[in-house]
Design a protein. Structure first.
Length: 200
């Protein structure tokens, strides 16, 4: 359940971001056209050639991490974190949402800008400022699967359908409440009123 819910939430945020930024959506479509073409469906083997799609997903995870407070952990021994003494067996909660929007680490942190990930190897150069899946030995064991599933699904949605916001208003990006971070106003298809993402 954890993997399907977090992937569905991430896809909904990603589609919402793309609908609010049609130029970025067009860049992803152009990349798909040039690297995969229109005569075949996107496959997992194509993902290594789709760097801009990857950047869109990373930027979505930066702004809207599916688990904004990560998973709570207990300190196994007395330690010091940023000058604070933390006794053994203290519950430690990491606010990834705040870290990934911190202006000390990110230029224009509130702006959706996939280009910020263009030349970076996230696992090595971003350190602890980008951690949508956690870090270290306690990181999410499904990170590889999640990245592939989200990329294949998002890429397929863009490759197979034409998307545009039919409203003059931007898609509402308000955050809802929950263990995972849903949209306050779900992204829906016009006329039908059904959820856009059918993975739930």
């Amino acid at each position: 359940m954890a993997g399907s819910d977090t992937s569905a939430v991430t896809l909904e945020w990603a589609m919402s971001n793309l609908l609010n930024h049609p130029c970025i959506l067009q860049k992803v479509r152009d990349e798909l056209d040039s690297q995969v073409g229109q005569q075949q469906l996107l496959e997992e083997s194509n993902l290594t050639k789709l760097s801009y799609l990857r950047n869109v997903i990373f930027e979505t995870l930066r702004l809207y991490p599916a688990a904004p407070l990560l998973i709570p952990h207990y300190s196994s021994s007395d330690c010091t974190i940023s000058g604070f003494d933390v006794p053994r067996n203290t519950m430690v909660i990491v606010n990834a949402w705040a870290i990934q929007r911190d202006p000390k680490f990110w230029e224009d942190p509130e702006i959706f800008k996939p280009e910020r990930f263009e030349s970076n190897n996230i696992s090595e150069t971003e350190g602890y400022k980008f951690m949508p899946f956690g870090v270290g030995r306690r990181a999410c064991p499904g990170i590889g699967l999640a990245e592939r599933v989200v990329a294949l699904t998002l890429g397929s949605l863009i490759q197979c359908f034409e998307w545009e916001n039919i409203s003059k208003e931007k898609v509402d990006m308000s955050e809802g409440k929950g263990l995972t971070m849903p949209k306050a106003v779900p992204l829906t298809m016009p006329y039908y009123g059904c959820p856009l993402l059918l993975i739930h």
